[in-house]
Ligand binder design. Structure first.
Ligand SMILES: *Cc1c(COP(=O)(O)O)cnc(C)c1O
Length: 404
């Protein structure tokens, strides 16, 4: 039964075909380096899609996981547990939040936020206050509710009928939001930086307007910080870089540093709608997940780590600008902290994947964000030498694609 050398061909035999992974299979990671089955080394600027916030197998995270593994793995929410209580306290102390709900992923955290918003409208006014406003280009996860709130048609195609009462408007467009919002709106959901949608940061004035309009119409402002959260923006959460505070915030990805965990943070006023029995999750608040996430938060909230994100941002951005000065390949390099997008010039639109594949050949892992944008979301503590080496490889890859 045991296949001693599982390979990419096996994927097509035994896996549902919804993914199309590359042919190399990484088997070991340390810091920002990965090794595949053949022992080839890679520098990881993909970071598990903004998840491996402290790189691979960070010794303090490994220790936290092992320590908890010897004590207690799982209880369910019939009981509470110490790691979950500690993590919730940390999150409340470090952010605007008064209350925390734990989930296992970004989509689940968003599902909780959206259900909370519906209950908020229902409690305050009644069922007519159910409308949810979201933006085109946004991404909120793959459950049917979150994919419907997300602003990318291709992800709901073939899955209708979808949940109703959801309106999509242009991102960063204050007038569109003013026109769409009403007293029937229960929530406005926004990413402070649209991640999957191309690494597009919100304008400060836009988030400020969203805050003002939500207050005016008694709607909840939900920030989806699944991708931007836990230090990635250079502050613990991106809302802190804008000085605009939501009522509800969702966080996952970097929170577990590679261990699956998600959380919804809320004000006491919003949280009180989810009374006993209204929502739940078997694994939410799992002790292993919370022990690891607690350690991630400990480390990431150290001032030197957050300052390091800013200096690495500048270093990475400067490298990309230098590459662009030579090859004239990007229209813009943008983003916050260590979530960076480089938009390809028109001639290369639709070809982002070619650059990702070429980079992999050069031993550098990067991501796309849509068909036109190269995305980088490395470890927040990636050694500067690894950034430099990765940029040498990326430039070689770009030169090869241009010459092909
Ligand atoms: C990745 C992502 C999600 C979905 O998270 P999962 O853990 O894959 O469910 C939701 N929102 C944003 C902004 C994301 O980047």
């Amino acid at each position: 039964m045991t296949d001693l050398h599982p390979n990419r061909a096996l994927f097509d035999q035994v896996m549902v075909p919804n993914y199309s992974p590359v042919s190399v299979i990484p088997v070991k990671g340390e810091g920002s380096r990965l090794w595949d089955q053949e022992g080839r080394e890679y520098i990881d600027l993909a970071g598990g899609i903004a998840v491996n916030s402290l790189g691979h197998c960070h010794p303090e995270l490994v220790a936290a996981l092992k320590e908890q593994a010897d004590k207690l793995w799982h209880l369910s929410n019939v009981y509470t547990n110490e790691p979950a209580l500690n993590l919730a306290k940390q999150l409340c102390d470090l952010t605007f939040a008064d209350r925390v709900f734990f989930a296992n992923s970004g989509a689940e955290a968003n599902e909780a936020a959206l259900k909370l918003a519906r209950r908020y409208g229902w409690d305050k006014v009644g069922e007519e206050k159910h409308e949810i406003i979201s933006t085109r280009g946004s991404f909120h996860g793959r459950t049917l509710f979150t994919v419907t709130v997300g602003g990318q048609e291709k992800y709901t195609e073939g899955f209708r009928p979808a949940p109703g009462g959801i309106t999509h408007i242009a991102y960063n467009d204050i007038a569109a939001l003013e026109a769409a919002i009403s007293d029937k709106t229960c929530a406005v959901m926004l990413e402070p930086v649209q991640g999957e949608g191309g690494v597009r940061p919100a304008d400060k004035a836009y988030l400020e307007a969203a805050r003002r309009l939500c207050d005016k119409h008694d709607a909840l402002l939900i920030f989806d910080e699944v991708q931007t959260g836990v230090g990635r923006s250079g502050k613990l959460y991106s809302y802190m870089t804008y000085g605009v505070t939501p009522d509800v915030l969702t966080t996952a990805k970097s929170l577990g540093g590679g261990f699956p965990v998600g959380a919804m943070l809320a004000t006491a006023e919003a949280a009180k709608c989810l009374v006993v029995g209204t929502h739940g999750s078997t694994y939410g608040g799992n002790p292993l997940a919370c022990a690891v996430a607690g350690k991630v938060l400990d480390i990431v909230s150290r001032p030197e780590v957050l300052a390091g994100v800013e200096s690495r941002h500048t270093r990475l951005k400067n490298h990309l600008e230098e590459i662009n000065a030579k090859h004239n390949i990007f229209t813009e390099v943008r983003g916050q902290g260590l979530l960076i997008g480089a938009e390809l010039t028109e001639a290369w639109h639709g070809k982002a994947k070619d650059f990702v594949n070429a980079a992999l050949e050069e031993g550098v892992m990067i991501l796309v964000a849509g068909p036109n944008v190269l995305r980088m979301a490395p470890s927040l503590v990636i050694p500067e030498a690894d950034i430099d080496a990765a940029m040498v490889g990326l430039e070689r890859a770009i030169a090869k694609v241009l010459a092909a």
